[in-house]
Design a protein around this ligand. Structure first.
Ligand SMILES: Nc1ncnc2c1ncn2[C@@H]1O[C@H](COP(=O)(O)OP(=O)(O)OP(=O)(O)O)[C@@H](O)[C@H]1O
Ligand SMILES: [Mg+2]
Length: 362
């Protein structure tokens, strides 16, 4: 009701009526002034009015309309100024001056309009900043991909060249050695292309989740079993701490397996030989909680905020023993977010901990 009384329509009607009343009062005073002026020959004045009644009424009407218009313009001046202010603001926004705001306490339609323009202005600013960030990260991504493709390709070309030269000299031992290096570089390339493919696939909005009811303990056990070769290779013990009760989540099983596969294989990759890793599962009121802990190599605090970014690696040197693309955790985050879950990382006191929360209903 208050909003209706406060509406522009009502305000305009009231302003119109007020202008009419003020104009009427003014006309009355003008009439009285004229009467006083003609006080001594009042009859002459009345005779003139009687003789020129049409002219008199027209003159009164004209003065009334002019005064009413003047009062109406005066009373609506503030609102017109406000509309001009909004127009200027919209013009400034269209010239790229984003984020500017109009401050006013009005609660009528004009107030709502200014609020909507303010919202549009800040939303546009946010979208353009986001667009710029995307543009920058796309450029970085292309740079990283080019770098990661060029490095193994250059060495593959180099080793193939050497094989050709060995063949000419009939040096078979060297030839085999170079062929192996070229082969491992090809595998590195394939890993990069596979990871890239998986990342674009999983982070695409069109990706449809195949949701089923999943026994989380069973799924993690299968992942750990699949990672046995790399666990044995580094002589690492994977200590499992699961509850007796079943813990279920509704999720895309293949994708969630990728989450734990990435987290546990990272834990193995960034652990010293002969170490331990811990995988803990707990039932939570709304789903499942999984914690993967490894010891030894930690992630410096300043690197933690970027750890889930595409192509981010703490050790920038791509030639170290823990070769990787830097896409694993970006894939993990994308999958967890697709399931409306949460993932957090802590790294201090000689250990790195990744915690994942998955809801029962996705
Ligand atoms: N469990 C961990 N312990 C210590 N450091 C880790 C751990 N997991 C990830 N990191 C750090 O985070 C970086 C990013 O990890 P991510 O899995 O995204 O990439 P990656 O393992 O280097 O490559 P890949 O794409 O092959 O997985 C790693 O390079 C590593 O420095
Ligand atoms: Mg990884």
């Amino acid at each position: 009701m208050r909003a209706k009384l406060n509406s522009i329509r009502i305000k305009l009607i009231l302003t119109y009526l007020l202008s009419a009343v003020l104009a009427g009062v003014c006309v009355f005073f003008v009439f009285m002034t004229v009467c006083i002026a003609f006080y001594y020959n009042y009859e002459d004045f009345l005779n003139w009015v009687n003789a020129n009644v049409v002219v008199f009424l027209l003159a009164v009407m004209l003065v009334f309309i002019m005064l009413m218009s003047a009062f109406f313009l005066l009373l609506t001046k503030k609102s017109i100024k406000f509309i001009e202010k909004i127009t200027q603001l919209v013009e400034q926004i269209s010239e790229g001056n984003l984020g500017i705001q109009i401050f006013d306490e009005r609660t009528d339609e004009l107030g709502n309009l200014s609020k909507a323009v303010n919202k549009m202005s800040s939303e546009l600013e946010r979208l353009i900043a986001e667009e710029k960030r995307w543009e920058k990260s796309k450029d970085e991504m292309i740079n990283n991909i080019s770098h990661d493709l060029r490095t193994p390709l250059t060495s593959i070309i180099g080793y193939l060249q050497m094989i050709i030269e060995c063949k000419q000299n009939d040096n078979e031992d060297y030839m085999m050695q170079y062929a192996h290096v070229a082969y491992s570089k090809c595998e590195q390339l394939k890993l990069l292309v596979d990871q890239l493919f998986e990342f674009t696939n999983v982070s695409s909005k069109e990706y449809k989740l195949d949701i089923t009811k999943i026994d989380v303990a069973e799924l993690v056990r299968q992942v750990v079993a699949g990672l046995m070769p790399i666990l044995q290779e580094k002589n690492i013990c994977c200590r499992i701490d699961f509850p007796d009760e079943k813990v279920y989540t509704s999720a895309d099983g293949t994708l969630i397996a990728r989450v734990f596969d990435n987290l546990i294989s990272n834990a193995v990759k960034y652990s010293p030989n002969g170490g331990n890793i811990d995988v803990m599962l707990r039932k939570e009121p709304f789903g499942a909680f999984v914690r993967v802990t490894n010891y030894g190599i930690t992630i410096p605090e300043q690197n933690l905020p970027y750890i889930f970014d595409r192509f981010y690696r703490v050790d920038k040197s791509r030639s170290n023993s823990c070769a990787g693309v830097g896409l694993g955790l970006a894939i993990v985050k994308s999958i967890v977010e697709k399931h409306k879950g949460e993932i957090h990382v802590k790294s201090n006191d000689n250990k790195t901990v990744f915690e994942v929360r998955l809801n029962t209903n996705t």
